[in-house]
Ligand binder design. Structure first.
Ligand SMILES: [Fe+2]
Ligand SMILES: [Fe+2]
Length: 179
């Protein structure tokens, strides 16, 4: 069991990072909801439904564990942004969906790794660290699942789009740390 948020005496910088992780999991849930709202492709829907289930577990942890006063005030924005990030690529076909998810989950993998490193060395933080490690492994599986479904090599547009997704995600994290 991860000890209560208030018992861990996390430095403000770490708490802010975790707030952005909560924001990110909110966005992740809504990305997959966005895909499911628009897609009529059975494979894409099965892919999104499976990932959604995992993201809901991740989000439920943060909702339970992180006191409300710590939650980002930008939640409505992340829901909308996530939904659009999931729904829009559907209009461009399944490859666009998988390329988007691969870019998002690559970003999330790095983001969790940075937090896991921040939590190193303090034994009181170890259960939280292990929790984040488990989440990170799920994100890596999501990334690999998406990558395996992209058959062809990336074109220039796919690469440019992946950069847009990464830049947008980084901006979201930056905003969620403070707001
Ligand atoms: Fe997640
Ligand atoms: Fe994920």
């Amino acid at each position: 069991m991860v000890p209560a948020f208030d018992k861990l005496n996390l430095p403000l910088s770490v708490a802010r990072e975790l707030r952005s992780a909560h924001a990110g999991e909110t966005g992740a849930v809504w990305i997959y909801k966005g895909i499911l709202a628009v897609s009529r492709d059975d494979d894409v829907r099965a892919f999104a439904a499976e990932h959604l289930e995992t993201e809901q577990k991740h989000l439920a942890f943060f909702e339970r564990w992180m006191p409300k006063r710590w939650h980002t005030r930008l939640t409505p924005l992340w829901k909308l942004a996530g939904w659009l990030l999931g729904a829009l690529p559907v209009l461009f076909g399944r490859r666009a969906v998988f390329a988007t998810i691969r870019a998002v989950e690559t970003f999330v993998d790095d983001h969790y790794l940075a937090q896991i490193e921040l939590l190193e060395g303090n034994r009181h933080w170890q259960p939280l660290r292990e929790q984040l490690q488990a989440f990170r492994q799920d994100e890596i599986d999501h990334r690999d699942d998406a990558a395996a479904r992209i058959m062809e090599h990336d074109g220039m547009i796919a690469r440019a789009w992946a950069r847009v997704v990464e830049t947008g995600s980084a901006a979201g994290v930056m905003a969620s740390r403070r707001l």
